[in-house]
Write a protein that binds this ligand. Structure first.
Ligand code: KE4
Length: 437
């Protein structure tokens, strides 16, 4: 029964009076897809209920953190216990040591780790550390990869390879991004040329190993091998932004996936977030002891944070990691995600809709394109109008995917076979409407 008053719209109108765009992070405003954002009233397991009390199967899960689903009992218990001991101290705690031990134990490339409060902060700090540790200024990033909103990373490709990036945001002076080189993802020739031109000046190359901010684009193995080779050859640090992929695509993150294809493969620095906080504000960056010890208070690279290693957030993160490291967790999650993707592919094929999809662990992506894109220009060939029809067709039927065609999707251990079947059958119905539109 459609409610007489749309409480989502009511809340959105109220929010827009006081909060820019009515949201505290732009993608939530549905600008790309149109329509009214769903204001979440509560969430449990694989579901959330919006302000009208309507249930949705949630494939965003806070953009990745909710790998166990919402309100996992062991995580709730850990957080409830932690808050009774205090919210924040601004002093070291045992739980920060425990979480550092967990991260170092699960990610072989990390010998030391620093906890912070957001992925942006972790990526920004990793860049500063790479620059401080190498004494160099230039950095490489890739078009379509997002590493948070630090000024140096809000940059799009310059007019040509050798030219440096231009700001993607107002308020970022050109001189701030003058050292940021933006290359095409999966383009080995550009990589070779960039290092040939600037190798001795490059502090680091930062990459999303599986680009979830282009929906789901894998770095090809030859390309990733070349990133590693050139960074080693020129003394630049290879920085893996695993804020989205860390503890999501595999227990050891995307770097463990590449290590299977490239024997001995390791990045130099890793940026983590999302899952490691289990939904609370917590992120991290880490790497070899010799590099990490350049950080204050030991070394000359300053980095700090009032709520870094927050005792409630670390309790949430530790409880989450404790669950996902259980035997069989990732096998089960991977199987669920694979069955969702295979079901969507089959449904699209049956309805004659051009569709390609991929997944790794609990992360998936799909495109209304016949072939999986390999880079940003190919991703942007997607038909935005038809994606928006698909998005709203699913949303109206209680299936919540990302409100933007360049965002990935996430399955949690709380999603049941019934949820996946409902999603696939609903998608089939919506695909049918797409063809005739
Ligand atoms: P945060 O500062 O939002 O915690 O993390 C920034 C970040 C860094 N690196 C990667 C690979 C990321 O995906 C992110 C943030 N991801 C977006 C969604 N693609 C968060 C959602 C939002 O911006 O509201």
């Amino acid at each position: 029964m459609t409610p007489s008053i749309d409480h989502n719209q009511e809340l959105f109108d109220r929010a827009k009076q006081l909060i820019p765009g009515g949201v505290n992070s732009p993608v939530r405003a549905f600008k790309a897809v149109g329509g009214t954002p769903r204001f979440v009233q509560r969430a449990q397991g694989a579901y959330f209920w919006d302000a009208n009390g309507k249930r949705h199967i949630d494939y965003i899960g806070s953009w990745g953190p909710m790998i166990l689903g919402h309100g996992h009992p062991a995580v709730v218990e850990a957080v409830q216990k932690a808050v009774l001991e205090g919210f924040s101290y601004g002093a070291p705690t045992e739980r920060e040591v425990e979480l550092a031990e967990e991260i170092v134990g699960l990610v072989p490339s990390i010998e030391m780790v620093r906890l912070v409060s957001s992925g942006t902060e972790a990526a920004m700090s990793a860049i500063r550390l790479a620059r401080g540790a190498t004494g160099r200024s230039k950095i490489i990033k890739f078009e379509g990869c997002y590493h948070g909103h630090a000024d140096a990373l809000l940059v799009k490709a310059g007019s040509g390879l050798a030219t440096f990036g231009n700001p993607t945001s107002a308020g970022v002076p050109p001189e701030v991004v003058q050292h940021t080189l933006v290359l095409e993802y999966n383009n080995v020739a550009q990589l070779d040329e960039a290092f040939a031109l600037h190798g001795p000046e490059i502090a680091c190359l930062m990459i999303e190993p599986i680009a979830g901010n282009m929906n789901f684009v894998r770095a090809g193995v030859p390309f990733m091998r070349r990133c590693r080779e050139l960074c080693t050859q020129h003394g630049a640090l290879l920085v893996f932004d695993e804020v989205m992929t860390g503890f999501r695509v595999a227990l050891g993150g995307a770097q463990s996936v590449y290590a299977k294809a490239i024997p001995g493969f390791k990045p130099d620095l890793s940026v983590l977030g999302k899952v490691i906080g289990g939904g609370m504000p917590l992120a991290a960056f880490g790497g070899p002891r010799a590099v990490m010890e350049q950080l204050a208070p030991l070394g000359p690279v300053y980095q700090a944070g009032t709520l870094s290693g927050n005792p409630v957030a670390t309790a949430c993160g530790l409880a989450t990691l404790k669950e996902i490291r259980k035997t069989g967790f990732f096998d089960g999650l991977t199987a669920k995600t694979r069955s969702l993707v295979d079901g969507l592919k089959a449904a699209a094929a049956q309805e004659g809709v051009p569709f390609s999809a991929d997944c790794e662990g609990g992360m998936f992506g799909f495109f209304l394109l016949p072939e999986l894109p390999q880079n940003y220009p190919q991703v942007m060939k997607s038909d935005g109008r038809r994606f928006n029809q698909l998005f709203h067709g699913l949303l109206d039927r209680g299936i919540y995917i990302a409100p933007a065609l360049y965002e990935a999707g996430f399955v949690s251990s709380a999603h049941t076979e019934a949820d996946l079947s409902e999603t696939i059958s609903t998608a089939k119905e919506v695909f049918r409407g797409l063809v005739s539109a």
